[in-house]
Design a protein around this ligand. Structure first.
Ligand code: GLY
Length: 569
C-alpha cells in the first residue's frame, strides 16, 4: 500500500473526535522532533540541522512550547527529562516543582475542614516553585553541544516577533481567558487581544514580556530566573497578592539528576522516570504483571481478554502508587520491590481471568479515593541522527496552570500544589487522598504521574514516548509500549491504538471509542468490570528507531491538531 493510501486508511480508523495533525509521520536518518506544536517541533528540528544533538533540540523545543503551547508548555512549571545516549548511557533530570518553604500540610483546608479546591486550582497560592529553567539548563550543561544562547534564543525571538494562531490555539486561549486568565490583570494584559474581543484563527500573538524574559534567560542563564529580576518580580507580586512563594524559594530551588528506574519486558529494556514521578514505576510494574500473565498469547493489545487483565493490573498498581509513592527526598519509596518480577508474579497470581476484583477490597487498610487530575501537561520526543534520544514531559498541571501570569515576565505559573495529598489522614469517598507519602511539606516535590519512557532492545534504541493526561498518563504510555514491544506495531499504529484507563479508584474503566467492540464490552461487563466509553485520552508524540537502517520514524499523535513530527531541513 502506498504511504498516501495508508495515511488515508489510518485517518478513517482514528477514534472519534480525533483530528489530523499537520505532519503526523516522518522518517529520517538525521533525527526527528515530535511535539504538540508544529512551530516548536520545527524549532527543535532546526537546532538538529545546525549541528545540535538531541538534548540541544529538546531544550529548544521545551522553550518554544512555553511560547506556542501556553496551556502546558512552560517556564513557570516543571517536569522530567530522560536521556539515552547512543552509547547506551541513560540518565534523567528531575525538575519537578517544590512546595514553597512557607507551605503547610493543611494550607488548602477551609475552616470547615474541607479542601478548598479553588485555592489549589487557581491564583497565587496554587503554584509550586518552578523547575523548568533549572532543569533544562542542567540537562543542557551536562549533555548539550551548542551554546545555551543558541538553543534558547529561537523561543525568545518567537515570543517577541509573534506567531499565527491556529484554530485550535485561538479556541483554547479564548476559553482560558474566559475561564481564568481574565481574572488576573497581568494575565489579561499578556494574553488578551489588544483592543478586546475574541482571538481568531490567523491572528498573531506577540508576547513581548515573555520574549524579554526568555531573551535574558538565553543571554544571562538561569540565575536571572532564580536570583535575578524574574525572582524579584515573582516575590513582589506574590506578596502583593497573598501568595507564599518568595525569593528564597527560588534561590533554593535545585533540579536533580537521578538514576532512571529500569525494567525489562519481553526482551526490551524499559527506561522510566523514578520518583517523585510515579510514571516509570507504574509502567514497569504493569508490564511485569502482563508479562507474567502471558500477554503475547492474545491477538492484539485490545483483545477483551487482555483488556480485562490490563484493568486488573491497573487496580493493583495504582493502589500501590497511593500507598507508597511520594518525593524520595522525604519518604522511602519501595521502587525496587514495586518493579521486581517477583512482586509482579505475586500480584499476577491474584488476578482471576474470569472475574473482576473489587478495587475497594484491594485497598483495604489504605483507602485513598480519587482526586480530579487535569488532562493537561505536554510531552515531546527527540532523536538525533546519532541515535541519542530525549523523552521529556513537563507541565503546569491544569491547562494554563494557576492562570496567573508574572507581570513583566509574561509567563504563567503552575498550579502543581494540587498534586499533593491535601487532607492528612482523611479517607472518604468524595475524592480526598490522605495517604502520608504525598502530604505537603516545605521544599517537597509533589507526586507526579508523568511517564516519559525510552525503550531499548539488544542494546539499541527502540522507542521514545510519553503523554499528558494526569493519572491516565501511565496507561496511555503503556498502550504505545505494548503496541511496539508485544505486538510489533508500527509507530503510527501504536500511537493510534485506542486507549484504556483505570486508576484503581473510582472502580471504573474508560475506553477511547474503538478500543473494544460491543461484544468485547459485553464480555468485560459479564466479568464484572465497570466500563464506559469516553473521549480521547492522551497525546503521545512518539519516535520509533530502526537500528538496522539508523532511521527515526516520528509519529505525532493525531488526537491534537497542531502536533507535528519535524525533521532537519
Ligand atoms: N500534573 C500532572 C502530573 O504531574 O502528573
Amino acid at each position: 500500500m502506498t504511504f498516501a493510501k495508508r495515511a488515508m486508511l489510518a485517518l478513517l480508523l482514528l477514534p472519534a473526535g480525533v483530528v489530523a495533525a499537520q505532519a503526523p509521520d516522518v522518517s529520517s536518518t538525521r533525527g526527528v522532533v515530535v511535539s504538540t506544536s508544529g512551530i516548536a517541533s520545527d524549532i527543535g528540528a532546526a537546532i538538529l540541522a545546525k549541528g545540535g544533538n538531541a538534548v540541544d533540540a529538546a531544550v529548544a523545543t521545551g522553550f518554544a512550547l512555553a511560547v506556542t503551547h501556553p496551556s502546558a508548555g512552560n517556564i513557570g512549571g516543571g517536569g522530567f527529562m530522560i536521556v539515552r545516549l547512543a552509547n547506551g548511557t541513560t540518565t534523567t533530570f528531575d525538575y519537578r516543582e517544590k512546595a514553597p518553604l512557607r507551605s503547610t500540610r493543611t494550607m488548602y483546608l477551609g475552616k470547615d475542614g474541607k479542601i478548598d479546591r479553588q485555592l489549589t486550582a487557581t491564583g497565587w497560592l496554587a503554584p509550586g516553585v518552578p523547575g523548568t529553567v533549572r532543569g533544562l539548563y542542567m540537562a543542557h550543561k551536562k549533555l548539550g553541544k551548542l551554546p545555551w544562547v543558541d538553543v534558547v534564543r529561537p523561543a525568545a525571538d518567537l515570543a517577541t516577533g509573534g506567531f499565527r494562531m491556529s484554530k485550535d490555539f485561538s479556541a483554547s486561549l479564548n476559553g482560558a481567558l474566559t475561564r481564568q486568565l481574565n481574572k488576573y490583570p497581568s494575565s489579561a494584559a499578556a494574553y488578551g487581544k489588544p483592543g478586546g474581543g475574541a482571538w481568531r484563527e490567523g491572528d498573531t500573538l506577540r508576547l513581548a514580556d515573555l520574549g524579554r524574559a526568555l531573551g535574558d534567560i538565553a543571554t544571562k542563564g538561569p540565575d536571572v530566573f532564580y536570583t535575578g529580576w524574574i525572582a524579584d518580580s515573582i516575590d513582589r507580586q506574590m506578596r502583593r497578592n497573598g501568595g507564599i512563594m518568595r525569593r528564597r524559594d527560588l534561590a533554593a530551588y535545585r533540579a536533580v539528576e537521578r538514576a532512571p528506574v529500569k525494567g525489562t519486558f519481553l526482551g526490551h529494556e524499559i527506561i522510566g522516570m523514578a520518583p517523585p514521578s510515579s510514571g516509570g514505576t507504574i509502567v514497569i510494574q504493569t508490564l511485569n504483571i502482563l508479562e507474567s500473565l502471558g500477554v503475547q498469547r492474545f491477538a492484539s493489545a485490545n483483545d477483551p481478554g487482555l483488556l480485562h487483565l490490563r484493568i486488573e493490573a491497573a487496580k493493583r498498581v495504582y493502589r500501590d502508587r497511593a500507598k507508597w509513592m511520594g518525593d524520595p527526598d522525604f519518604v522511602t519509596v519501595p521502587v525496587a520491590k514495586m518493579t521486581s518480577k517477583a512482586y509482579a508474579s505475586t500480584l499476577a497470581r491474584e488476578i482471576d481471568s474470569t472475574h473482576a476484583s473489587s478495587a475497594v477490597d484491594l485497598g483495604a487498610g489504605i483507602v485513598a479515593p480519587p482526586v480530579a487530575e487535569s488532562d493537561e501537561t505536554t510531552h515531546f520526543s527527540v532523536v538525533d541522527g546519532d541515535g541519542n534520544a530525549v523523552s521529556n514531559t513537563y507541565t503546569l498541571e491544569g491547562g494554563f496552570g494557576s492562570g496567573v501570569v508574572v507581570g513583566g515576565a509574561g509567563f504563567i505559573l503552575n498550579n502543581e500544589m494540587g498534586d499533593f495529598n491535601k487532607k492528612p489522614g482523611e479517607t472518604n469517598v468524595t475524592g480526598d487522598i490522605g495517604t502520608k507519602p504525598n502530604l505537603i511539606a516545605p521544599g517537597k516535590r509533589m507526586l507526579s504521574s508523568m511517564a516519559p519512557i525510552i525503550v531499548a532492545k539488544d542494546g539499541q534504541l527502540r522507542l521514545v514516548t510519553g503523554s499528558p493526561g494526569g493519572r491516565t498518563i501511565p496507561n496511555t504510555v503503556l498502550s504505545v509500549v505494548l503496541g511496539i514491544a508485544a505486538f510489533n506495531l508500527s509507530a503510527r499504529d501504536a500511537v493510534d491504538l485506542p486507549r484504556l484507563h483505570h486508576q484503581w479508584l473510582p472502580d471504573n474503566a474508560s475506553f477511547e471509542p474503538g478500543a473494544v467492540d460491543s461484544i468485547g464490552l459485553a464480555t468485560l461487563r459479564k466479568k464484572g468490570q465497570s466500563v464506559r466509553v469516553g473521549g480521547r485520552q492522551g497525546d503521545a508524540h512518539s519516535i520509533l528507531w530502526d537500528a538496522a537502517t539508523r532511521t527515526a520514524h516520528g509519529a505525532a499523535d493525531r488526537r491534537t491538531p497542531d502536533s507535528k513530527a519535524s525533521i532537519p531541513e
